[in-house]
Design a protein around this ligand. Structure first.
Ligand code: URA
Length: 241
């Protein structure tokens, strides 16, 4: 059981102050009875809650796909820079949202935003082997030696060993400077550092998939959409090794 005002805030009905006013004004009913006490305890799943006559469709967790633009921080809040949470339209805002897995400020593409910590852990833990695919533009050619190094597991200068990854030449770009990289972990600056070990710089990086969930090609840069149940399942389909 939770406080009525807390539940309404969690469902993006309004700020704490706004929902308290709605409740005191008599706009909120629980099981057909008008409730004017913000502290009234409700079972958000079992109870019928209406706000101004409209049923509240309660969901504990939300899962959002964002096409992250470059120049925005993958963080929940930051004093100086704009974050991916700041970028969410008002309809998507809720307390407790965070990006599940960080992309660098200059990296674009598929980012999942949620308030479900267990889901995020399952998606990100290297032990779960969920593949993340990136398109990387490089300042030089991809060699067979690099492909082998990625396969064996790149070792950073500090001795950190990466899990085996896959490096492919992007067949759509015969200039051989565009690669598709598949990894199933998310170390800090991992893709850039993997190429740096091979003496190459990444000049542009975009994540295109997580598991079998691909960035929606119709989603404009900076926009987002709610994931369907199938989208969520597809993240955990298609394991790497
Ligand atoms: N690897 C990187 O180097 N940067 C990212 O943003 C993601 C993976």
């Amino acid at each position: 059981m939770d406080r009525l005002d807390k539940i309404l805030v969690s469902q993006n009905v309004g700020s704490r102050k706004e929902v308290q006013k709605l409740i005191k004004d008599g706009a909120v009913c629980v099981n057909g009875e008008c409730i004017r006490q913000p502290q009234h305890k409700v079972n958000a799943v079992a109870d019928d809650i209406t706000v101004s006559g409209q049923p509240l469709l309660y969901s504990k967790y939300v899962y959002i796909m964002m096409n992250k633009p470059a120049g925005v921080l993958s963080a929940s809040n930051d004093k100086r820079a704009e974050t991916v949470i700041d970028l969410l339209p008002k309809d998507f805002q809720r307390p407790g949202l965070f990006p599940a897995g960080r992309l660098d400020k200059d990296t674009e593409g598929l980012l999942i935003i949620t308030n479900d910590g267990e889901f995020a852990h399952n998606m990100l833990s290297p032990k779960k082997h969920v593949e993340k695919k990136y398109i990387a533009e490089l300042d030089g050619e991809i060699t067979d030696d690099m492909i082998e190094k990625f396969e064996q597991g790149i070792v950073f200068a500090d001795g950190t060993r990466c899990l085996p990854g896959k490096l492919e030449i992007d067949s759509k770009n015969p200039a051989k400077t565009t690669a598709v990289v598949t990894i199933c972990e998310g170390k800090f600056h991992q893709v850039k550092k993997m190429f740096a070990v091979c003496g190459k710089n990444v000049v542009h990086l975009k994540r295109i998939s997580i598991g079998n969930l691909y960035l929606d090609g119709n989603l404009p840069i900076g926009s987002c959409k709610t994931l369907s149940e199938l989208d969520k399942l597809s993240i955990f389909m298609g394991k790497m090794y």
